[in-house]
Design a protein around this ligand. Sequence first.
Ligand SMILES: [Zn+2]
Length: 216
Amino acid sequence: MWGSQTTPAGTVISVAPTRYPAESLYHELLHADLKVKGYRQHATLVRVTDDSYVPALTNALDNELQHHRMYPAFVAAGFDPEDFYHDGDEATFATIRNELKRLKPATTHAARYFLSYLSIIAPGGRGNEEKRAQLDRFFRMKVPTEKLRLVEEAADKVCAWGVASDGDPGPLIVEIIAGLGDFGGWWLGASQNFPADGHFTGAPFTLGDAQRFASR
Ligand SMILES: [Zn+2]
């Protein structure tokens, strides 16, 4: 699996066998370029609550917000938009369709639907625009109206961020998470510097609160 890690010491890129080495390398270089230019990843999570969708949402938003911002440069470099992701991308739309068939509309959280929808609105990839439109229609058939409204609001924010220029996605990530449901009790940090260098998803808490929660 391709991937990259960028720290002040430099960037390390993991490679894997692929039919598209140039595209895959350029994809990772664009991730690195964003971070060098000020994009801040929020990878340190502190919590005073039980498991929720917050880690999955934070992780997926971190990745997809970068992709929305990177995509124009990938296309401008002359690569085929279909080759923006690694080889495994072929199956993505079919996987989402199967998920949508399986999820129970009455009990599935809007956040769960949003995680699927992030892949439908992800720029480029093997699913062409016609397949994307078909899957989008299927999504709208399957998701209850009120949950669909929350998903659309969150998706609009992701797409708007893609064409903006701010380097710190932290405030937007917590805003999107709060819009999807009652997900208080987490702190998303861009470093270990708690609480200055991060954002709470709801009411603030102390490290003592988090330690008491962890040792319950
Ligand atoms: Zn990527």
